[in-house]
Design a protein around this ligand. Sequence first.
Ligand code: HCB
Length: 215
Amino acid sequence: MSSDLLSQITASLVDGDPDVTVTVTKQALAAGIEPLAIIDGGLVPGMRLVGEKFSCGEYFLPNLIVAANGMKQAMQLLEPELRARQQTLKSPGTVVIGTVAGDIHEIGKSLVATMLAANGFEVHDLGVDVPIAKFVGTVREVGANLVGLSSLLTTTMVIQKKVIEALENAGLRGQVKVMVGGAPVSKKWAEEIGADGYAEDAVDAVNLARQLAHS
Ligand code: HCB
């Protein structure tokens, strides 16, 4: 019975049906399944499968967005239940993410933020056109171990380099890994500016974040 409900939750994410994800998550809670079991046995496997399908070209961006929304809505139901049981998710890391100063493109950055949150990271999304000092201040304030910098314009790519320099100058570079992304950004650029990694898309970003959080 419980494994059947968990399989249905996984399938609903893969099928891109957030309403079913929410309905079956409610049913699973009503059936007495622990929130952590619902996350680990239903939601996380679903997101993994969606990510794999995206990576091999079977799924596209809209599939990712719909699945991430389903996961987000289910988490909104589960988080109060976790708190009530004084259980917390073991977060793989704390991420500060934003689109750099001078750049207002937000879709890709928000997708990466949602996917990271859906995969258990504590995410502080600073939005778009984020001043360099805001990244530095928030990293210090929340004790982040990861920073995600998004740039969609060739003219704002250089701000990614400036954020890294500012983190260095603030004595915080030892505590944070920096990943960069955005349409004009590349692995070569990441290496050139001393970032710790480049992610091509949101799934890649989750994998990279996991890897960086453990390095
Ligand atoms: Co905009 N724009 N735009 N734009 N825009 C681009 C980016 C151009 C490439 C279009 C073109 O000319 N071909 C171009 C940039 C050229 C360049 O510099 N190389 C451009 C320009 C020039 C401009 C304006 C300057 C236009 C003007 O006003 N003259 C202006 C910029 C204003 C400013 O920022 N100061 C502008 C404005 C806009 C909007 C407002 C109309 C709109 C943004 C709406 C919004 O975000 N709320 C917009 C859009 C939508 C685009 C395009 C069409 C799509 C961008 C997008 O959302 N892609 C884009 C063309 C393109 O990129 N092909 C065009 C979809 C997302 C999912 O992909 O690459 O952003 P993504 O993110 C991926 C990936 O990069 C990675 O994961 C994401 C998810 O898979 N990733 C990260 C992203 N950030 C990451 C961070 C990490 O740490 C890790 C991974």
